[in-house]
Design a protein around this ligand. Structure first.
Ligand code: PMP
Length: 305
């Protein structure tokens, strides 16, 4: 079966989903997106979409910031996604990419007076970062944008130039991932992940006001740490030097899952190995997202009936 895309309100084979070179979103970044994982569970012979409705709720919020109208509710977009993945017939891990965008083929920087579009496609997607071995990070020379520049709580396409600058700088300097600071010098997040530290047995993560995307994996980890391990999370400003002195550090994201950080700015995190709490959360998160934990099946939407 060929992979399909949902484009202009219908399902079409992916290669047929094409758009014109004058499309507004391409020129001005006037679009927003999501990344949703479908995790194959070989025991159940089932593909589970993880927290699908939550991703679409966030897409609706991002679209609101950009004055993009989406003619579907979060639940309706979940149903479209199930149909899309089913038609494509995947029986392996997949990644779903919905994009809401300014579709007019028209010049002029603005958000108003333009047509809106939505497309969704599904693709296979391997590991994003090395979550087995742990990764090496650097603090980026690029700062995160402020809320009144381009709001980072929206998953806005144009904003991701900031993330791309940071990621490429990190990779070209020999690191796996960048950690961005806010304009006032507090730790914000990775180029595609939220960040957590372990300090004296509890978790610390930048607050919602530190220019972060409100990660769904972040929320999941906070919940699992508290409910399953009795470990609390402090959401607050985080200083750069706390990164160097933490007992453990990990990044969270739909693509990154729970990825341990073993080195930051050429300083070992803890002993330079994957920490105990990080390992535990990695295991818990993996079970939950793959539909192996009966307690959290409300987060897993089965694709096949
Ligand atoms: N921050 C940024 C900048 C991201 O791109 C992502 C990935 N969506 C995240 C955090 C993590 O969000 P989530 O856990 O919802 O994937």
């Amino acid at each position: 079966m060929p992979p399909y895309a949902f484009y202009n309100k219908e399902f079409v084979p992916l290669p047929e989903a094409q758009m014109g070179i004058m499309t507004h979103a391409l020129h001005y970044g006037t679009a927003c997106f999501e990344g949703i994982r479908g995790n194959w569970n070989s025991r159940d012979k089932q593909l589970y979409l993880f927290r699908c409705a939550d991703h679409y709720k966030r897409l609706l919020n991002s679209a609101k910031l950009l004055k993009i109208g989406i003619p579907y509710s979060a639940d309706e977009m979940c149903d479209i996604t199930i149909d899309l993945v089913r038609r494509s017939g995947y029986r392996e891990d997949v990644y779903i990419r919905p994009v809401a965008y300014k579709s007019s083929e028209m010049l002029g920087v603005r958000l108003h007076g333009l047509q809106d579009g939505l497309f969704i496609f599904v693709t296979t997607f391997g590991p994003y970062l090395d979550s087995e071995k742990g990764i090496r990070c650097c603090v980026s020379s690029w700062r995160r944008l402020d809320d009144n520049m381009i709001p980072p709580r929206g998953k806005i396409c144009g904003l991701y130039v900031n993330n791309a600058l940071a990621k490429t700088e990190a990779n070209e300097n020999g690191f796996d991932e960048a950690i961005l600071l806010t304009s006032d010098g507090h730790v914000s997040e990775g180029s595609g992940e939220n960040i957590f530290l372990v300090q004296n047995g509890h978790l610390v993560t930048p607050s919602t006001h530190d220019r972060i995307l409100l990660g769904i994996t972040r929320d999941t980890v906070i919940h699992l740490a508290s409910q399953e391990l009795g470990v609390g999370t402090e959401e607050r400003h985080m200083d750069r030097s706390e990164l160097y002195l933490a007992d453990e550090c990990f990044l969270t994201g739909t693509a990154a899952h729970v990825t341990p950080v073993v080195e930051i700015d050429r300083r070992k995190v803890g002993e330079g190995n994957i920490g105990k709490l990080t390992k535990e959360l990695q295991r818990l998160y993996f079970d939950v997202e793959c539909g192996m934990s009966t307690k959290y099946m409300q987060w897993c939407t089965p694709v096949y009936s």
